[in-house]
Write a protein that binds this ligand. Structure first.
Ligand code: PLP
Length: 279
């Protein structure tokens, strides 16, 4: 049987831990076929992003057309979209090609602080791309930025049930499903925020859609090797969807994959190291 075809629209990470390079490894590790179309190149390693070179949006469109016109596609996954102009081109390509299954990782700011999407592009991402998404996978800072852009006031997080409120609000922005990734906010076992995280704490990811709210918990891992975690999770979900899983199973399996990939990370570089994509 032909493998599931996943088309990625994202930025390249020269150090291989995040972006297109991580996506391709994760998709291959899931037994799917990866196509990579490039929004931007980064000069990057585990310590930071040193420069960004934007690929012209009309060239990106040619890459997307070339892949889909010939090979076809089962699932599209977007990552770093880099500019408002690129978002417009991507939205048009998704509509023109009648893409049915879309995973949107709303990449905004790298762990090391680099801005991967200019703030003026947020509105285009929110109003044009989100309504096309089968599933949107923001972390907590990204969810907050999207909600602030939509006019919501600050949404405090005191207990893990506050993540449910954020998930419902983000889903109203248009995606069918939303997965709020809780990695930035470990909780104690009683559900309150852990101020000084240790390994007794838990991470709560909240999946919401079609009237269902599902909490997926994992033990907090005190690791410096989390570079590309968001890209890897979204690509694992995209691959699982391309293999025919439903959204809930695709997300559960994706979370387990990333949890294990952090555990056995190779410990490369002097900063925020890559995951073990091949376990
Ligand atoms: N570089 C690129 C090209 C990315 O797409 C991402 C994804 O979020 C990152 C860097 C950031 O990776 P992280 O914040 O996990 O270090």
């Amino acid at each position: 049987m032909a493998p599931g075809r996943v088309l990625v629209i994202a930025g390249s990470d020269s150090s291989g831990g995040a972006g297109l390079e991580a996506d391709q490894k994760v998709i291959a590790a899931h037994g799917c076929y990866a196509m990579t179309t490039t929004t931007a190149l980064t000069a990057q390693n585990t310590k930071g992003v040193y420069d960004i070179h934007h690929v012209p949006a009309d060239f990106l469109r040619k890459q997307i057309d070339a892949c889909i016109d010939d090979i076809g596609v089962d699932v599209v996954k977007t990552g770093m979209l880099a500019s408002a102009g690129t978002i417009e081109v991507v939205v048009k390509a998704l509509v023109d090609h009648k893409v049915k299954t879309l995973v949107v990782d709303p990449v905004m700011i790298a762990t090391t602080g680099a801005q991967l999407l200019p703030s003026e592009s947020l509105q285009g991402l929110r109003t044009r791309l989100l309504p096309l998404a089968t599933i949107l996978t923001p972390n907590i800072p990204e969810a907050r930025l999207l909600l602030a852009d939509a006019g919501y006031g600050h949404m405090p997080i005191e207990t893990s049930s506050d993540l449910d409120v954020i998930a419902r609000a983000v889903q109203e922005l248009g995606p069918k499903w939303v997965l709020i990734k809780g990695g930035h906010c470990p909780f104690r076992s009683d559900g309150t925020v852990a101020r000084t995280p240790d390994e007794n704490e838990i991470i709560v990811n909240v999946l919401y859609g079609e009237g269902q709210l599902i909490r997926i918990q994992s033990p907090y891992q005190d690791s410096r090797n989390t570079h590309g975690t968001g890209c890897s999770l979204a690509s694992a979900i995209a691959s699982n969807l391309a293999k025919g899983m439903d959204v809930v199973k695709a997300v559960r399996d994706g979370c387990r994959y990333v949890e294990a990939a952090i555990k056995t990370a190779p410990g490369l570089g002097g900063g925020n190291g890559p995951l073990d994509h091949f376990h």
